[in-house]
Design a protein around this ligand. Sequence first.
Ligand code: GLU
Ligand code: ZN
Length: 283
Amino acid sequence: MATRLPYCGRFAPTPSGPLHFGSLVAAVASYLDAKAHAGRWLVRIEDVDKPRAVPGAASTILTQLEQHGLHWDGEVWYQSQRDSAYQDALDQLHAQGLTYFCTCTRKQIKARGAHYTGYCRDRQRSATGSAVRFRNDHPTTQFSDRIQDHVSLDSMFAREDFLLFRRDQLYTYQLAVVVDDHAQGVTDIVRGADLLTATSWQLALWQQLSQRTPRFAHVPLALDPSGRKLSKQNHAPALNANNAAQQLRTAFEFLKLSGIEPVSSTTELLQQATTAWRAKYLS
Ligand code: GLU
Ligand code: ZN
């Protein structure tokens, strides 16, 4: 029987810009869950999509975390330095017959319908310049989530042969996130509900690459007043360094954590919020 690993959580921001309120909520939730479990909390910079990474954004994010009292354990990992680990995983999946090359463009896929339905599966595409897809024969369409309870996903999406490696020769987020969470001993993934659907793909990969699967907890997404996801694309404002305590309190309110005194020390606020998180999610 596999021994259970000690609790390890993480916050895994993409460095496409500074943190905004939506990403602070994900950082705070994963931090509080780790503290409530007396576990480790890691930070990993997800710059696997190298062209999308904005110069300086990673160090801005780390500074913003520190300004909010969110101190991480151990070294920060950067996905841009992990190509050989991703290639090893790709080789392993390939040797297991779980991958195939795909030459389809986005436009071609769209013209055939909303989902990729395995067009290149049996077409013996050559490796050069091709993307690599996961042969998703045993898709995960249901899983349990500590916050969302039982999750059942659109099976067309869950069944898709998702990308592991892109035609522009970059490893995908789906591959990198699973390889890294596995390598770092992450036991608990706490993040925004925008990644619920990706969880089905990630679990399919976990089943091939590991003897274990992590637990998931997806917190509600922060929306702007017009109901759109707060994101860099929608120009959500960056966090204000002079307003850390207030921003933490707003994040706690968003996460429906009650009984937190209006103190101004981020350390004290986070301690109180850990107690509130424990009462809400661990009892
Ligand atoms: N890097 C992803 C993002 O910023 C999050 C990855 C994750 O938490 O699994 O949206
Ligand atoms: Zn294809």
